[in-house]
Design a protein around this ligand. Structure first.
Ligand code: PLP
Length: 441
């Protein structure tokens, strides 16, 4: 297998996602195995995974319990639709999730990715208001620097301009809150920053402009991830909840990253003690082993649909692979692993070491901010004059050569290791970054 795929011509047909295709194909970086906190690269090196795959392999790669569960399911029922039929594992998984999540998150719609979970949540919000005779509530509010996947719905409420600009006008009727990054007041904060609760009040401004009767929902990542790890300012999420309640606006937390242990709790709603009307999740739900997304809604939302003739379909929405048996098997095994290995509690314990190790980089060349919460962190660099983004790209490459995989963004290194990471591995990640920074101009 290695001999054939290592030839550049063979790499041509795959149009790789979010990748500089020509650059990659001129010097491919291929992985051929993974176990625990490490990848095995095609050149035979063990690479410490500082990203948990892509914020998803929370229990570590190739967990035997999860692997066995998927195999066993494939040997039994490979596929059945969840339209007008079903299989036991979909119901069991939904029950397990609801049992694990905070009260008020009671019913689960399955999908296949974070993007689908988000678009599902946005559609449910619109349909919910319509069911209740408030169909005039069509407006969806996101936030600057938000990331909600690549569907047209998620992209419309997202706030990263480079992701949006090539794709036309997107959904009409959206608006955006300001982002919460404030380097002047909050640089080098540990956990939730002190300043910025008042940024939630911008929702009142949007209500004044658009009128609450046109607003269906607000969606935010409780901890913005892809844009470079922005923990919410103290009190911000609570304030957002209060303003939503005041105006009858649904609050959606996009927990695709923050769900399933990343913050040392089942989800950010639990970690911050603020319960939204819906959460979206994916990634850590199946430990990344089989694609799955889910939208978890409050009883009040579900009940609003459970009216009218019993024989009528209540929501015209779903996917061929909603509640796929392999994904459900992976999800059930994953949740069991989280519980039995106490990974959320372990995350809370080790987060202290993580924080100390991250903030020890304060004063390293080019570092202008370090942000962390749970087992996630970002290190922000001053851009190189005339070369924005170069320092982080060079830093990530140097770390990779050193055997550590970190993710580079625009002048950022973003980290979210498996929750099984050991203290010496944490030290290794930050030592590798320090070494790289010392060598970068
Ligand atoms: C907060 C958030 N929402 C949605 C998504 C989209 O998930 P997916 O790539 O599975 O569609 C992501 C992916 O990183 C995410 O971080």
């Amino acid at each position: 297998m290695h001999a054939t795929i290592s030839h550049p011509n063979d790499l041509d047909a795959h149009w790789m996602p979010f990748t500089a295709n020509r650059l990659f194909k001129s010097a491919p970086r291929l992985f051929v195995g993974a176990e625990g906190n490490y990848y095995l690269s095609s050149d035979g090196r063990r690479i410490l995974d500082g990203m948990a795959g892509l914020w998803c392999v929370n229990a570590g790669h190739g967990h035997p319990r999860i692997r066995e569960a998927i195999k066993a399911q494939a040997d039994g029922l490979d596929y059945v639709s969840c339209f007008q039929m079903g299989h036991p594992e979909a119901f069991t998984l939904a029950n397990r999730m609801v049992g694990m999540l905070p009260d008020g998150l009671d019913h689960v719609l399955f999908s296949n990715s974070g993007s689908e979970a988000v678009d599902t949540a946005l559609k449910v919000a619109l349909a919910y208001h319509r069911r209740r005779g408030e169909g005039g509530r069509y407006r969806l509010i996101g936030r600057a620097r938000g990331y909600h996947g690549m569907g047209f719905g998620g992209l419309s409420v997202a706030g990263i301009s480079r992701h949006r600009r090539d794709f036309g006008p997107l959904l009409p009727g959206t608006a955006h809150l300001p982002h919460t990054l404030d380097l002047a007041r909050n640089a080098f904060s540990r956990g939730e920053p002190e300043h910025g609760v008042e940024l939630a009040d911008d929702l009142e401004r949007l209500v004044q402009i658009h009128d609450a009767s046109t607003i269906a929902a607000v969606i935010v990542e409780p901890v913005a991830g892809s844009t470079g790890v922005l923990p919410p300012p103290k009190g911000y999420l609570k304030r957002l909840r209060e303003i939503c309640d005041k105006h009858g606006i649904l609050l959606i937390f996009d927990e695709v990253i923050s769900g399933f242990g990343r913050l040392g709790a089942s989800c950010a709603a639990e970690a911050f003690g603020v319960t939204p009307d819906m959460i979206t999740c994916a990634k850590g739900l199946t430990n990344g082993a089989v694609p799955m997304g889910a939208t978890v809604v409050g009883k009040h939302i579900y009940d609003a649909f459970m009216t009218g003739p019993e024989a009528a379909i209540e929501l015209f929405h779903g996917f061929t692979y909603s509640g796929h048996p392999l994904a459900c098997a992976a999800g059930l095994a994953t949740l069991q692993v989280y519980e039995e290995e106490g990974l959320f509690e372990r995350t809370r314990k080790i987060a202290d070491h993580w924080e100390q190790a991250a903030h020890a980089l304060k004063g390293a060349p080019h570092v202008i901010d370090i942000r962390n919460i749970g087992l996630v962190a970002a290190i922000e660099f001053a851009p190189r004059p005339g070369g924005p983004g170069q320092r982080s790209a060079e830093c990530a490459e140097a770390c990779y050569q050193d055997g550590v995989l970190v993710r580079a963004g625009a002048d950022l290194i973003v980290l979210s290791p498996p929750l099984t990471i050991e203290p010496d591995e944490i030290d290794r990640i930050f030592a590798s970054i320090r070494k790289a920074l010392d060598a970068i101009a």
